[in-house]
Design a protein around this ligand. Sequence first.
Ligand code: CO
Length: 189
Amino acid sequence: MIMPIVAYGHPTLRKKAEDITKDYPGLQQLIADMFETMYVSNGVGLAAPQVNRSIRLIVMDATPYADEFPGETNLKRVFINAKIVEETGEEWSFNEGCLSIPEIREDVMRRSELRMQYYDENFEFHDERITGVLARVIQHEYDHLEGILFVDRINPLRKIMLKRKLTEITKGMVKTDYRMLFPLAKKKV
Ligand code: CO
Protein backbone atom coordinates (compact mmCIF):
# COMPACT_ATOMS: atom_id res chain seq x y z
CA MET A 1 0.00 0.00 0.00
CA ILE A 2 1.32 3.40 -0.96
CA MET A 3 1.37 5.77 2.00
CA PRO A 4 1.18 9.58 1.87
CA ILE A 5 4.45 11.34 2.64
CA VAL A 6 4.30 14.07 5.25
CA ALA A 7 5.51 17.46 4.09
CA TYR A 8 7.86 19.99 5.63
CA GLY A 9 6.25 21.63 8.65
CA HIS A 10 4.54 18.45 9.87
CA PRO A 11 5.22 17.90 13.60
CA THR A 12 6.18 14.22 13.17
CA LEU A 13 9.22 15.31 11.14
CA ARG A 14 10.49 17.20 14.19
CA LYS A 15 10.10 14.44 16.78
CA LYS A 16 12.86 12.14 17.95
CA ALA A 17 11.71 8.72 16.78
CA GLU A 18 11.52 5.76 19.15
CA ASP A 19 13.04 2.30 19.09
CA ILE A 20 10.76 -0.62 18.29
CA THR A 21 10.71 -4.29 19.26
CA LYS A 22 10.53 -7.20 16.86
CA ASP A 23 6.84 -7.71 17.68
CA TYR A 24 5.93 -4.18 16.56
CA PRO A 25 2.47 -4.65 15.00
CA GLY A 26 2.54 -5.08 11.22
CA LEU A 27 6.28 -4.47 10.93
CA GLN A 28 6.89 -6.56 7.79
CA GLN A 29 3.87 -5.00 6.06
CA LEU A 30 5.06 -1.52 7.04
CA ILE A 31 8.52 -2.26 5.59
CA ALA A 32 6.92 -3.48 2.34
CA ASP A 33 4.64 -0.41 2.22
CA MET A 34 7.57 1.93 2.82
CA PHE A 35 9.55 0.35 -0.04
CA GLU A 36 6.53 0.64 -2.32
CA THR A 37 5.98 4.28 -1.31
CA MET A 38 9.67 5.06 -1.82
CA TYR A 39 9.81 3.45 -5.28
CA VAL A 40 6.65 5.13 -6.56
CA SER A 41 8.02 8.53 -5.50
CA ASN A 42 11.49 7.84 -6.94
CA GLY A 43 13.28 8.11 -3.62
CA VAL A 44 16.44 6.27 -2.59
CA GLY A 45 15.65 6.30 1.11
CA LEU A 46 12.63 6.73 3.34
CA ALA A 47 12.44 7.08 7.10
CA ALA A 48 9.32 6.09 9.05
CA PRO A 49 8.63 9.65 10.33
CA GLN A 50 8.08 10.60 6.66
CA VAL A 51 5.05 8.30 6.62
CA ASN A 52 3.92 9.72 9.95
CA ARG A 53 5.30 6.95 12.19
CA SER A 54 7.68 8.20 14.83
CA ILE A 55 9.76 5.00 14.99
CA ARG A 56 13.40 4.22 14.19
CA LEU A 57 12.90 2.45 10.86
CA ILE A 58 14.63 3.31 7.57
CA VAL A 59 14.35 1.69 4.16
CA MET A 60 16.88 2.40 1.46
CA ASP A 61 17.62 1.37 -2.10
CA ALA A 62 20.56 3.32 -3.49
CA THR A 63 20.60 1.38 -6.78
CA PRO A 64 20.06 4.61 -8.81
CA TYR A 65 23.54 5.69 -7.62
CA ALA A 66 25.19 2.35 -8.45
CA ASP A 67 26.93 3.66 -11.60
CA GLU A 68 28.11 6.82 -9.92
CA PHE A 69 29.69 4.92 -7.06
CA PRO A 70 31.03 1.60 -8.37
CA GLY A 71 32.07 -0.96 -5.83
CA GLU A 72 29.11 -0.39 -3.55
CA THR A 73 27.21 -3.61 -3.01
CA ASN A 74 24.09 -4.48 -1.09
CA LEU A 75 22.28 -1.29 -1.96
CA LYS A 76 18.81 -2.35 -0.80
CA ARG A 77 18.62 -2.32 2.98
CA VAL A 78 16.44 -1.99 6.05
CA PHE A 79 17.76 -0.36 9.24
CA ILE A 80 15.88 -0.74 12.51
CA ASN A 81 16.80 1.04 15.76
CA ALA A 82 19.86 2.43 14.04
CA LYS A 83 22.50 4.21 16.07
CA ILE A 84 25.41 6.02 14.41
CA VAL A 85 28.20 5.50 16.92
CA GLU A 86 30.96 7.26 14.99
CA GLU A 87 31.38 9.57 12.01
CA THR A 88 34.84 9.97 10.53
CA GLY A 89 36.63 10.95 7.33
CA GLU A 90 36.71 14.18 5.36
CA GLU A 91 33.60 16.25 4.94
CA TRP A 92 32.34 16.20 1.36
CA SER A 93 29.58 17.99 -0.45
CA PHE A 94 26.62 16.19 -2.03
CA ASN A 95 23.45 17.59 -3.55
CA GLU A 96 20.58 16.34 -1.40
CA GLY A 97 16.84 16.34 -1.81
CA CYS A 98 14.03 14.97 0.34
CA LEU A 99 10.61 13.54 -0.50
CA SER A 100 9.17 15.63 2.36
CA ILE A 101 10.65 18.83 0.85
CA PRO A 102 9.83 18.65 -2.87
CA GLU A 103 11.48 20.93 -5.45
CA ILE A 104 14.36 21.90 -3.17
CA ARG A 105 17.86 20.50 -3.61
CA GLU A 106 20.90 21.84 -1.79
CA ASP A 107 24.53 20.91 -1.33
CA VAL A 108 25.13 19.49 2.13
CA MET A 109 28.48 18.76 3.80
CA ARG A 110 28.81 15.54 5.77
CA ARG A 111 31.59 13.21 6.83
CA SER A 112 32.44 10.36 4.50
CA GLU A 113 32.43 7.38 6.84
CA LEU A 114 30.29 6.12 9.63
CA ARG A 115 29.99 3.22 12.00
CA MET A 116 26.44 2.16 12.69
CA GLN A 117 24.73 -0.39 14.88
CA TYR A 118 21.30 -1.55 13.76
CA TYR A 119 18.93 -4.46 13.30
CA ASP A 120 17.90 -5.63 9.85
CA GLU A 121 14.38 -6.68 8.79
CA ASN A 122 14.91 -10.08 10.46
CA PHE A 123 16.02 -8.37 13.67
CA GLU A 124 19.60 -9.56 13.24
CA PHE A 125 22.05 -7.17 14.88
CA HIS A 126 24.80 -5.54 12.76
CA ASP A 127 27.74 -3.35 13.65
CA GLU A 128 29.06 -1.99 10.38
CA ARG A 129 31.34 0.59 8.81
CA ILE A 130 29.74 2.30 5.83
CA THR A 131 31.26 4.77 3.35
CA GLY A 132 30.45 6.63 0.18
CA VAL A 133 26.96 7.25 -1.09
CA LEU A 134 25.49 4.62 1.21
CA ALA A 135 26.79 6.53 4.20
CA ARG A 136 25.37 9.71 2.72
CA VAL A 137 21.87 8.30 2.22
CA ILE A 138 21.96 6.81 5.72
CA GLN A 139 23.08 10.10 7.30
CA HIS A 140 20.18 11.91 5.62
CA GLU A 141 17.62 9.28 6.69
CA TYR A 142 19.14 8.99 10.16
CA ASP A 143 18.63 12.72 10.62
CA HIS A 144 14.88 12.11 10.10
CA LEU A 145 14.92 9.82 13.15
CA GLU A 146 16.43 12.67 15.15
CA GLY A 147 13.95 15.26 13.91
CA ILE A 148 16.55 16.94 11.69
CA LEU A 149 16.05 17.90 8.03
CA PHE A 150 18.73 18.55 5.40
CA VAL A 151 17.72 22.21 5.15
CA ASP A 152 18.85 22.56 8.79
CA ARG A 153 22.38 21.73 7.62
CA ILE A 154 22.75 24.35 4.91
CA ASN A 155 24.13 27.86 5.17
CA PRO A 156 21.72 29.93 7.35
CA LEU A 157 21.57 32.66 4.72
CA ARG A 158 20.61 30.11 2.11
CA LYS A 159 17.88 28.81 4.42
CA ILE A 160 16.44 32.31 4.78
CA MET A 161 16.28 32.50 0.99
CA LEU A 162 14.32 29.24 0.94
CA LYS A 163 11.90 30.32 3.66
CA ARG A 164 9.10 31.34 1.35
CA LYS A 165 9.35 28.14 -0.67
CA LEU A 166 9.35 26.07 2.54
CA THR A 167 6.20 27.87 3.73
CA GLU A 168 4.54 27.11 0.41
CA ILE A 169 5.38 23.43 0.83
CA THR A 170 3.85 23.44 4.32
CA LYS A 171 0.66 24.90 2.82
CA GLY A 172 0.55 22.37 -0.01
CA MET A 173 1.43 24.92 -2.69
CA VAL A 174 3.65 22.47 -4.52
CA LYS A 175 3.07 19.86 -7.19
CA THR A 176 4.32 16.31 -6.71
CA ASP A 177 3.50 13.13 -8.57
CA TYR A 178 3.18 11.30 -5.25
CA ARG A 179 0.63 11.74 -2.47
CA MET A 180 1.55 14.05 0.39
CA LEU A 181 0.12 15.15 3.72
CA PHE A 182 0.46 18.92 4.08
CA PRO A 183 0.25 20.34 7.61
CA LEU A 184 -1.41 23.62 6.61
CA ALA A 185 -3.26 22.72 3.43
CA LYS A 186 -6.54 24.67 3.19
CA LYS A 187 -8.27 21.95 1.26
CA LYS A 188 -7.50 18.44 0.15
CA VAL A 189 -5.10 18.37 -2.78
CO1 CO B 1 14.55 13.15 3.61
